[in-house]
Design a binder for this molecule. Structure first.
Ligand SMILES: [Ca+2]
Ligand SMILES: [Ca+2]
Ligand SMILES: [Ca+2]
Ligand SMILES: [Ca+2]
Length: 255
């Protein structure tokens, strides 16, 4: 099930250039899922089942944003002040992986402290929560990961970053696509969890190894398990997907 940004909120939130037309660029986006190098009990499907509390409510291989034709691709959010909760990290580099936000302008951001910022440092772990207040008010944004923090990661030497907007990620291990998608590797999966966690709530699941590398047995290439940094964020998603009743809109508007 997909929530849609309620029209009344979308209108109030939409000021140019936040509401520039977005292309359904290439969805459905295919993901070359691998077998986790971690314990099977720590697979993303297990994590999501435990997080939702309803096993199978979300199928991580088929329910991510972009999995279906006409899903928005690339993905982004809109907000002024957004809470984020670190659910779990299952990665050898968990103590160094860093997560940040960046202002989405439609071109690859320069992460330099202007129009971007840290969300979770490498030392933060499960249960860490932050409230991000965007300095310029209502902001169209996405997230980036610095894999292994200030150190290099496989196929991702400094200063390479991974973005929720896959078009900002390289193709293949270093620029040549080895498999679909051929126009930017997906390094994060985004799931709409509003049905279980409250309106406009999303689960973002990063892969901390370059996901365009071949999926191999442990431990070269990538495992593409997408459980390396999993967090929840509450913000308006880019895709209006559910029509609310007038009563629901009134309720939300009164918040
Ligand atoms: Ca790094
Ligand atoms: Ca890549
Ligand atoms: Ca991984
Ligand atoms: Ca992992």
């Amino acid at each position: 099930m997909r929530w849609i940004v309620p029209a009344v909120l979308a209108v109030s939130a939409c000021v140019a250039p936040l509401c520039a037309p977005q292309a359904h660029a290439a969805s459905p986006v295919t993901i070359a899922f691998g077998t986790t190098w971690d314990s099977p009990s720590q697979s993303l499907q297990h994590i999501v089942d435990s997080y939702i509390g309803v096993p199978g409510a979300i199928n991580i291989q088929t329910d991510y944003m972009g999995a279906h034709a006409m899903d928005l691709d690339p993905w982004f959010w809109v907000g002024r002040e957004i809470p984020a909760l670190l659910i779990t990290e299952v990665a050898g580099n968990a103590n160094r992986n860093e997560l940040g936000w960046y202002k989405e302008t439609g071109s690859k951001p320069v992460v330099d402290g202007v129009d971007d910022g840290m969300v979770f440092t490498g030392t933060q772990g499960s249960g860490a929560n932050v409230l991000i207040t965007f300095p310029s008010g209502l902001t169209k944004f996405g997230f980036y990961m610095n894999p292994n923090g200030p150190l290099a990661a496989p196929n991702a030497p400094e200063p390479e970053l991974f973005f929720t907007n896959r078009f900002y990620n390289d193709k293949g291990p270093s620029g040549t696509a080895l498999h679909t998608p051929f126009n930017g590797d997906a390094q994060a999966l985004v799931f709409d969890v509003s049905q279980w966690k409250g309106p406009n709530t999303w689960l973002v699941c990063f892969e901390d190894v370059d996901s365009g590398a071949p999926v191999t047995s442990c431990c070269s290439g990538t495992d593409n398990d997408f459980n390396d940094l999993v967090f929840e964020v509450t913000a308006l998603g880019a895709t209006p997907a559910k029509t609310l009743t007038f009563g629901q809109i009134k309720t939300r508007s009164g918040r």
